[in-house]
Design a protein around this ligand. Structure first.
Ligand code: SF4
Ligand code: SF4
Length: 345
């Protein structure tokens, strides 16, 4: 079926041979709304039939059987497909006598096929291209200062103005690793678009889904009331706001404190982990050393101290009065509630 009417079947080719720890694949197995099984099993109404090819989740024994759909897609014999990259893209122009990252071998020469070889062939043919996790989106930990591979995110490699065969920009779903349902929700939107049932997913200028990354960690944090009352944790065993012990939440785009991690539970600062800004294009260099208070956090937490200390004291007084039952709740032989039996118009 042509895309004007929507596709009935879509292949998902997922390569995790970018510079990565495979943590995004592992993370996505924890998704529940929907789960990857729901999508592959056809349980989500309105989606095309999905054929998933992912190293960790493959029923094959690997080798050529696993590589077959990737080879077919590279030669234009398998379509339509969504290409998912996990991990950052090394710079093979500076690989010396070797290579940085490969995926299978050339059938004739037996030489390793680099990740970049696959990207050059698969990305232009892909109906949509999705970067799973911060490494694929922006380079991540492997791309930090001092790295030897010159690695980068997918948009740095393909170009920020890249358009897929389906006319879509790269879809970045950052996170280290990606939050399971952030990825699945985005994938479902892209699949619904492929089915002709939805418009393209709205992205911000860093190519992130707007509805997932439009708010800051701080705006969704369980501890934000402690911040407002200038009540700051001095160590990691405290339930109070962690800005003084290294939380970057006020300036980081991420929905994890709202969404939780698995089944709505978890969410970095909510459960005691400082936000180290793992979804951000400048991660990790701009946010290190991780356990020092952010410079802006020092300023804002100092400015809020007089207001917060005063308002916390006032709320303490009001809280004490609010914790007292009304004086007419008693067992004496007289009614003191103010009840008036005479009806007046
Ligand atoms: S712990 Fe972090 S995100 Fe939460 S209120 Fe404090 S600074 Fe904001
Ligand atoms: S809250 Fe911070 S550390 Fe946690 S996933 Fe979001 S950006 Fe990463």
């Amino acid at each position: 079926m042509t895309h004007a009417e929507g596709f009935d079947e879509v292949h998902i080719l997922w390569i995790s041979e970018g510079m990565s720890c495979d943590g995004d694949t592992v993370s996505v197995t924890a998704a529940g709304q929907p789960s990857i099984e729901d999508v592959v099993g056809g349980l989500i109404p309105g989606l095309p039939k999905v054929h998933l090819y992912n190293k960790v989740l493959s029923p094959t024994l690997g080798g050529e059987e696993f590589l077959a759909p990737f080879r077919a897609a590279a030669s234009g014999e398998l379509e339509p497909f969504i290409f998912v990259l996990e991990g950052s893209v090394p710079n093979e122009k500076i690989n010396g006598d070797g290579f940085w990252s490969s995926f299978g071998n050339h059938p004739d020469t037996g030489e390793p096929l680099t990740l970049n070889w696959w990207l050059d062939r698969l990305a232009p043919k892909a109906w949509a291209v999705v970067a799973a996790g911060t490494c694929a989106a922006y380079g991540g930990i492997h791309a930090m200062a001092g790295n030897p591979t010159g690695c980068m995110g997918l948009a740095d490699y393909l170009g920020w103005d890249f358009r897929s065969a389906g006319g879509l920009p790269i879809v970045n779903v950052p996170g280290c690793p990606v939050q399971p349902e952030n990825f699945m929700e985005t994938l479902v939107w892209v699949l619904q678009h492929a089915a002709g049932e939805a418009p393209p997913p709205p992205l911000d200028d860093k190519l992130r889904p707007q509805w997932l990354f439009g708010k800051t960690v701080h705006e969704g944090c369980d501890r934000a009331a402690y911040y407002e009352q200038a009540d700051f944790a001095k160590d990691y065993n405290s339930p109070k706001c962690q800005v003084k012990v290294g939380c970057w939440g006020p300036v980081v785009n991420c929905d994890v404190p709202k969404r939780g991690w698995m089944g709505g539970v978890g969410g970095c600062p909510n459960v005691g982990g400082i936000c180290i800004a793992c979804t951000m294009p400048g991660f990790p260099d701009k946010f290190m050393p991780f356990m020092d208070a952010p410079p802006g956090g020092n300023l804002s937490s100092t400015l809020i101290r007089p207001y917060g200390a005063f308002i916390r004291r006032m709320r303490g007084i009001t809280n004490a009065t609010a914790n007292v039952e009304p004086k007419w709740h008693h067992n004496r032989e007289v009614l003191t509630s103010g009840y008036d039996p005479r009806w007046r118009p």
